[in-house]
Ligand binder design. Structure first.
Ligand code: MN3
Length: 236
């Protein structure tokens, strides 16, 4: 996914969303994007304090550390998608810091937009996306089960993803830490693709409310998935 396609994706997501955050029409930068809803807007599924800490501290920390790494290595690229897509072109001294913190920044910037207050949009995928999920996974429930398993079985910290591969097919994959499916040469080639939906399963995403019960967090999270945003990323 290049910069232009990401602009298109986020623009379409806004057009189809009840809540239309104007800042999401711009390409991602190296600055912290505002949340597209109030921190308490995802209650009771995701609590306000978790959102405030997750966005204001964790996400901000990835950005601060990313900027420091880029500055230290004299890297002028400011597009986070470009930075993480081809890590092997970066100076080796900065590579791991950009992988962790560039991934952290990008994954969270997407994550906020893949959620919306419960009831503010469709509660399930519609149209071509719904058809593709049905034909790939046999049913929406089977997709959700596969996705939840990817998140539950991820040992330690990481993400579960729904991706669209270069050939157009859908797949559920999982990455450790802040890796993501754009990272060529980092994730297995079979797991590369455009992220359509991702779920943060780091403990910082759920521990205050759910403690060790990651499956309960995942089950509740489906209530706040922004299916309009997911569909906007899908190419029929
Ligand atoms: Mn997180």
């Amino acid at each position: 996914m290049n910069r232009r396609s990401f602009v298109t994706v986020t623009g379409a997501a806004v057009a189809g969303s009840v809540l239309a955050p104007s800042r999401a029409t711009a390409a991602l930068t190296l600055d912290l994007p505002a949340l597209p809803y109030a921190p308490a807007a995802l209650e009771p599924h995701i609590d306000a304090m978790t959102m405030e800490i997750h966005h204001g501290r964790h996400h901000q920390a990835y950005i601060t550390n990313l900027k420091a790494a880029l500055e230290g290595a004299g890297i002028s690229e400011t597009d986070p998608v470009a930075l993480v897509s081809d890590l092997n072109t970066l100076p080796e001294a900065a590579r791991m810091a950009v992988r962790n913190n560039g991934g952290g920044h990008l994954n969270h910037a997407w994550f906020w937009n893949w959620m919306a207050p419960a009831g503010s949009g469709p509660s399930a995928p519609e149209g071509k996306l719904a058809e593709a999920i049905q034909s790939t996974f046999s049913s929406l429930d089977a997709f959700k089960t596969a996705f939840a398993e990817a998140g539950t079985k991820r040992f330690g910290s990481g993400w579960a993803w729904l991706i669209q591969k270069a050939d157009g097919s859908l797949a559920v994959v999982s990455t450790p830490n802040q890796d993501n499916p754009l990272m060529k040469g980092v994730v297995p080639d079979s797991d590369l693709g455009k992220p359509l939906l991702g779920l943060d399963v780091w403990e910082h995403a759920y521990y205050l409310k759910y403690q060790n019960k990651r499956p309960d967090y995942i089950a509740a999270w489906w209530n706040v998935v922004n299916w309009n945003a997911v569909a906007a990323g899908f190419s029929a």
